[in-house]
Design a protein around this ligand. Sequence first.
Ligand code: 2P0
Length: 346
Amino acid sequence: MVYEATVSAPVNIACIKYWGKRDTKLIIPTNSSLSITLSQDHLRSTTTCRADPRFERGDRLWLNGKEEVIKENGRTWVCIEELRRWRRAMEEKDKKLPELSEMPLRIASYNNFPTAAGLASSASGLAALVSSLSTLFSLPQTPSQLSLIARQGSGSACRSLFGGFVAWREGLASDGSDSMAQQVAPETHWPEMQALICVVSDQKKATSSTAGMQATVETSALFRQRLQVVPSRMDAIESAIKQKDFESFAKITMADSNTFHACCLDTTPPIFYMNDVSRSIIQLIEQLNKANGKPLAAYTFDAGPNAVIYTLDKYMPVVIKAVQRFFPPAQDLEDRLNVMPAVEKA
Ligand code: 2P0
């Protein structure tokens, strides 16, 4: 008998950023964060887990077709072992259950977008791993309880276990037992909210989030100030979401993205995630918002140069038109250069 489960999980993009850990092993953050889980199929990880007593001993994992070593006590290992522990407890209570906890696992995960390019691949990847394994093990735990495990795989992954608008509460406990994600509002609450992803670069980033955030914790004075403002931003954005107040939502989202990148710049040595194109996108959105008299779009940037622009469906055509006008897609640009004789000669 082969036991198998396949689950996919989407990317989430934070409006209030997670940046810094107070416990690097348990992945307990220095501040709460809030994100929107993208509901379309473009940015997802799909993971299949299979348990079979005939497999050779030891678990194995493939990411986008390439085998990755599961390091003992590493993040993936911790997630698998914690879920296995929960399964074992079920099997001890109910002796009729198949002993899945004793079987070696084979896990294959695919991202349908560039891995590690600042598009939150670790969030969807670890969320898909935890979801598929908990499905395989038929675990009764709630998504918030599962988020305690996903968090230990990659902090932002705990938010991808929910759709819609999701908060990750930093929690007070030193063992991380209350540092979990919860849904603030489902995706149906504000269906007009849309995200435009502008891929500025799909190259792997130079400074990983894990390394970057701890460098910030250790060296940035501005980071300590940010920690003072995050709680009020969390309250304000949650009420903006509940009231569908786009203007407030947009102002807070842009402010927190800018504070986060200012903290990166204030790190020693400084971390530059945004590039000139990223900054031009900020200027474009700021100008659009100014011309409109109030925000019609909000930019936010994670640990990479790619922009995510949140807007409402009624404004999306205006935003796309502006972005396409100033940042024509690469192919368009090439076609245009091809018809320019001066360029051809050169
Ligand atoms: C976020 N980021 O809230 C922030 C904004 C990047 C910028 O969560 O070390 O890959 O695995 O816990 O989850 C990226 O951090 O870091 C991240 P680890 P993770 O989405």
